[in-house]
Ligand binder design. Structure first.
Ligand SMILES: NC(=O)C1=CN([C@@H]2O[C@H](COP(=O)(O)OP(=O)(O)OC[C@H]3O[C@@H](n4cnc5c(N)ncnc54)[C@H](O)[C@@H]3O)[C@@H](O)[C@H]2O)[C@H](O)CC1
Ligand SMILES: [K+]
Length: 261
């Protein structure tokens, strides 16, 4: 495919653009200028993820065991919000995080979980206890890495991913399957094979490129609260995307010319 190709996905009633991580960072900056803060956006992302997880548990999350794999960054923070919401639904989430320092907003999410008695374990390898958490799960949430991916997955994140690869329960990825480049770079590293992916605000380009096949599963788009006028200011003219539900399915892909906004 020629450079400069723009990908679009079908969102219920219209084609919407699939965007790069740089474009998503521009959207974030515009949201912050408007007065949003990261915690609000993360709450919306994690809440939508919890709704989707409940759907994959046949709308019956109470008592279900959920392994929530969270990275140090804001993808991990969204996963922790989902764990908190699922705990409120009566599910039994357990959170596994690589050893090391969390970004401040993600650290805040961790503290909330611990204050409500949800187990959060920081691990330097998948030991017997964390393997039991993964293998005993009715559903896995992958919030290890989103568009902050740098190179092929390494360390305990790669170790977790290899263990999840042996599971037959649904695996739902937040924003992008961990290890998949949101910009479509070919990295030759391990990638989560998700049953479903819930991407945030607008779909990321790497999700709809041919090399993503086999990793993304069913693709959904979460409403994290971006108003249409912000997209219009950035040059994308779209009718309202969401229709009152926290997420919608994205069902088809086409390509167009760069500059088609
Ligand atoms: N856009 C929004 O408004 C919102 C986005 N959210 C989510 O935030 C992530 C992007 O967050 P960021 O902190 O920038 O990065 P990540 O969490 O994706 O990743 C950083 C994390 O990953 C580790 N890492 C990176 N590369 C590797 C690697 N090759 N191997 C192992 N580990 C790696 C790195 O060390 C960091 O720990 C976006 O995708 C959204 O999901 C918010 O949730 C809501 C608002
Ligand atoms: K992810």
């Amino acid at each position: 495919m020629a450079e400069g190709t723009r990908y679009y996905t079908w969102a219920m009633t219209q084609w919407i653009p699939a965007i790069t991580s740089h474009e998503m960072q521009d959207v974030d900056e515009a949201l912050f200028k408007m007065g949003y803060d990261l915690r609000q956006l993360m709450e919306n992302a994690g809440a939508a993820m919890a709704y989707l997880a409940a759907r994959y548990l046949h709308e019956n999350p109470a008592g279900k065991k959920i392994a929530v794999l969270c990275g140090h960054g804001h993808n991990g923070g969204g996963g922790m919000v989902a764990a908190r919401r699922l705990h409120i639904y009566g599910a039994q989430p357990e959170v596994l995080v690589p050893a090391g320092t969390l970004k401040p907003v993600t650290w805040h999410q961790r503290r909330l979980l611990e204050n409500m008695g949800v187990r959060v374990s920081q691990i330097s390898r998948v030991d017997e206890q964390s393997w039991q958490t993964i293998i005993g799960a009715d559903l896995v949430i992958d919030a290890l890495v989103g568009y902050g991916l740098k190179g092929p997955l390494s360390g305990v994140v790669a170790d977790m991913l290899n263990h999840v690869g042996t599971m037959s329960c649904p695996v739902i990825s937040l924003d992008v399957p961990s290890g998949l480049s949101s910009d479509g770079e070919i990295l030759n590293g391990a990638i989560i094979e998700a049953t479903a992916t819930m991407t945030l605000a607008l779909p990321k380009k790497g999700l709809v490129m041919p090399q993503a096949q086999g990793y993304v599963g069913d693709l959904y788009l979460a409403d994290i609260g971006v108003p249409g006028e912000l997209y219009r200011k950035m040059g994308w003219s779209m009718a309202p995307i969401f229709n009152g539900s926290p997420y919608i399915p994205l069902t088809d892909t086409k390509t167009g010319e760069e500059g088609d906004r």
